[in-house]
Design a protein around this ligand. Structure first.
Ligand code: 1JT
Length: 258
């Protein structure tokens, strides 16, 4: 089959280790012929991401902490200096304090709430504003969400509220950027055992419950999330914007788990 992303340049934010959803997306994008740029957060992540890139084969590894407006600005300047234009932006970034994902939601502190919103939702707005001018002939912006943004999922708590905001950001950004033929969508993935998820209480139980109830009777593979990211980033996705696509083995359609 012809490569779906041939001739396209993608920048992927949020690749931290080989369990990252962004890692699976980077691999799929390289497979489909995209020129892939990867960012890392802070000097501590630099070496890890550069080593991972030895396997991925991305064109460039660049610094960008999405909570720092100056770093986003420096990234834009670097890309401009290189004469880079973008076709695809993948935002695969979230953070919340660990204690906010185990205590009752009502106990969420103001700082914890704002931190989750800043890193997990506002960063999509900041990145879209800064990088969309480099999408000179249209493009696709993608982010990752989770069902906890539309339903109450025990322990997801402040991240659920941040994902609700993120999905609303997708719709407003899609409305703003559509005139420039820039599409903005989210993939709502089923739970995946990433490094972030690993420390979460009862996460293995969550995976078991989902695998039992989901129509496909299994969990979500990062590679299938990545293939949907290929579709949305490619010309095959040209009519889709402002949407949330579930890649969750069908879990989201189910009612009672009995
Ligand atoms: C973060 C974490 C964002 C874990 C995340 C996340 N988005 C999905 N997950 C996995 C998950 C977590 C819980 C869950 C279901 C899925 C951890 C670090 C902060 C960002 O609850 C049933 C808690």
């Amino acid at each position: 089959m012809a490569q779906l992303l041939a001739g396209k340049t993608a920048i992927i934010l949020g690749l931290a280790n080989k369990w990252s959803i962004a890692y699976a997306i980077a691999q799929a994008y390289v497979r489909e012929g995209a020129k892939v740029l990867i960012t890392y957060q802070g000097e501590r992540q630099r070496q890890t991401v550069e080593e991972l890139n030895a396997e991925i084969g991305a064109a460039k590894v660049l610094p960008c902490d999405v909570t720092m407006e100056e770093e986003i600005g420096a990234l834009v300047e670097q890309l401009k200096a290189d004469g880079t234009t973008l076709d695809i932006i993948v935002h695969s970034i979230a953070f919340a304090n660990r204690e906010d994902l185990s205590r009752p939601f009502v106990e969420t502190s103001r700082d914890g709430y704002l931190l989750a919103q800043n890193v997990s939702a506002y960063s999509l707005v900041a990145v879209s504003r800064a990088l969309s001018p480099l999408m000179t002939h249209g493009g696709a912006i993608l982010t990752l969400s989770y069902l906890g943004g539309v339903r109450v999922v025990r322990n997801y708590n402040v991240m659920g509220v941040a994902k609700a905001a993120l999905e609303a950001c997708v719709r407003y950004l899609a409305s703003d950027l559509g005139a420039g033929n820039i599409r903005v969508n989210a993939i709502s993935a089923g739970p995946i055992k990433t490094a972030s998820a690993r420390g979460i209480r009862d996460f293995s139980k969550v995976l078991d419950v989902v695998a039992n109830l989901a129509p496909l009777r299994r969990n979500t593979d990062p590679a299938e999330v990545a293939d949907t990211a290929v579709f949305l980033g490619s010309d095959l996705g040209r009519g889709v914007t402002g949407n949330v696509i579930y890649v969750d083995a069908g879990f989201q359609i189910m009612g009672l788990g009995l």
